[in-house]
Design a protein around this ligand. Structure first.
Ligand SMILES: [Zn+2]
Length: 359
């Protein structure tokens, strides 16, 4: 099966180049597991009996580390006790781009027969290859590819012969972990796994409670809950300070670049403030301008003007405090001028003074 991807790229001289990439998907890539009766593989790498020799893990499992785990825990992965690990092609490629020494160490582990590390070429497997979605970053796309591959493995090896074998994703990325859990995957958060693996190879000791499966899971939940809450606090704090900043400045007129094009909006990055915002073109109550969205570009035609990614625009940024509970940063288009859509250039007045607080 052949998938081809076409996209256009702006060249340095300002021209446009069309690039066609072909991607072959195959149905003869095997899972590498001794348990499997489905794949027509001549030899296998992943063992049927895949317990770490420790009291921590009672059921057999294959570990699937994500890229960051490989980059930061290569020492642990090198330990002779860690065996039966699936290295996804996505992960291998990312590691190769990010650290040549770690990549070399990983390749060495894969070549060691006793380690039973299996490289799964998920990017060419017809059931695990995924396309990048519009608006999805390369990173997010790769995280999703990893989740899809783990899910595939879980289903693929979920047979009568598997004896409860689990395929476990190891990640320290909270977003990835949440998404993986939503799709029903078994995930270990990295901080816990690091401790557990260290204990299992005798490099560290831990509380007896931590080796109890239920207490371990309760602790994981608590850790994850606190982590999530601190992330919320972090995001809220960034939003709060951004709003404070623009509140004192009134309306500003800034240059920005289009990052994404959506059906009814453009997402603009203002380099001066490192701020991203959305300029919406449709009105819920009124009849908005004529919008034509072209997914292929992607581009969005608003009346006569076509917006494309990386186009330079000018926008006004202001704080909408009409609802005191939900103050928002608003962006409106100034340039290019589109009658009925863009707003006039704001008068640059003196900076609004901060109201004094009565103590
Ligand atoms: Zn198989």
């Amino acid at each position: 099966m052949l998938k081809s991807k076409t996209f256009v790229k702006k060249t340095r001289s300002g021209g446009v180049m069309k690039i066609v990439r072909e991607h072959y998907l195959r149905d003869d890539i095997w899972c590498g597991s001794e348990i499997c009766t489905e794949c027509k593989q001549e030899s296998t790498v992943l063992q049927k009996d895949s317990c770490i020799e420790s009291d921590l893990c009672s059921s057999p499992h294959y570990l699937v580390p994500d890229t960051n785990v490989v980059l930061h825990q290569i020492d642990v992965l090198e330990d002779p006790l860690i065996r039966n690990v699936i290295i996804l092609q996505t992960v291998l490629q990312e590691v190769r781009h990010r650290s040549a020494p770690v990549y070399k160490r990983l390749k060495d582990i894969i070549h060691e027969k006793e380690k039973h590390f299996y490289t799964f070429t998920n990017e060419h497997h017809r059931d695990t290859f995924i396309e990048r979605e519009p608006g999805e970053s390369a990173n997010d796309r790769n995280d999703r590819a990893i989740r899809v591959a783990v899910k595939w493995y879980s289903h693929h090896l979920d047979t009568a012969e598997s004896d409860g074998l689990k395929v476990v994703l190891i990640t320290n990325d909270q977003g990835n972990k949440e998404k993986a859990e939503e799709s029903g995957l078994l995930v270990y958060s990295d901080i816990m796994v690091h401790r557990m693996l260290a204990v299992s190879i005798g490099a560290d000791c831990t509380y007896p409670d931590l080796t109890d499966k239920h207490k371990q899971s309760a602790l994981c939940n608590n850790l994850n809950y606190r982590h999530k809450m601190s992330q919320y606090a972090q995001r809220a704090s960034v939003a709060f300070h951004t709003q404070l900043f623009f509140k004192s400045r009134g309306i500003v007129n800034e240059e920005g670049f289009i990052l994404f094009v959506r059906k009814n909006a453009i997402i603009v990055l203002i380099p001066k403030f490192g701020l991203e915002g959305t300029v919406f073109f449709d009105n819920k109550d009124k009849t908005g301008p004529k919008l034509v969205f072209d997914e292929e570009g992607p581009s969005l035609m608003v009346e006569q003007h076509i917006f494309k990614i990386f186009d330079k625009v000018k926008v006004t940024i202001s704080l909408d405090d009409s609802n005191v509970q939900h103050q928002k940063i608003r962006m409106s288009l100034v340039e290019p001028e589109i009658p009925g859509v863009s707003v006039p250039v704001p008068e640059v007045g003196p900076m609004a003074k901060k109201p004094k607080l009565d103590v």
